[in-house]
Design a protein around this ligand. Structure first.
Ligand code: ZN
Ligand code: ZN
Length: 159
């Protein structure tokens, strides 16, 4: 079945990326993909498109297209909502067939948001792990003299 771009009416081109079937518009660079695959897509896309990611990286400035679109797959009006609570990007989502339409600028913003959130999580996790390790070391140090005492005590009592 041929599906047309909801923005510029060009035929969408079939493709597959990170095992995800998607369709692209070669005119406006928007894509349609199954909603449940979004995270997997962003993971691969961020990896392929962002050169260096840092925790405070700026969200690319873009114009937001918030004109509602009809789902290219099933023709239902799509819902428009912010991604990850951000006002910098609005995703068009079809509740009937579970597809997302992502305009070209959405892709850059989402990749950045995704990569930044991931990095922040990693950094937090590492911090927690370091903290736990330090606490364990302190506890171990604190118990050393008790261990020594237990050993000596054993010797004193049974030898
Ligand atoms: Zn298009
Ligand atoms: Zn649909």
């Amino acid at each position: 079945m041929s599906i047309k771009c909801p923005r510029c009416n060009q035929l969408l081109v079939n493709g597959e990326y990170a095992d995800i079937p998607l369709k692209m518009c070669e005119e406006c660079d928007g894509i349609i993909l199954p909603q449940p695959k979004l995270v997997k897509f962003l993971e691969a896309f961020a990896e392929d498109t962002l050169s260096d990611v840092d925790i405070d990286m700026k969200i690319p400035e873009t114009e937001i297209i918030s004109t509602p679109v009809k789902c290219p797959a099933c023709n239902m009006m799509m819902e428009n909502y912010g991604y990850m609570g951000s006002n910098d990007v609005k995703i068009d989502s079809c509740f009937r067939c579970q597809h997302l339409w992502l305009d070209s600028h959405d892709l850059d913003v989402m990749a950045t948001l995704y990569a930044r959130a991931n990095l922040r999580q990693d950094t937090e996790r590492k911090k927690r792990e370091d903290q736990n390790r330090k606490e364990a070391e302190i506890k171990y140090e604190a118990s050393k003299n008790v261990r020594k005492w237990i050993k000596k005590r054993k010797r004193r009592r049974y030898n």
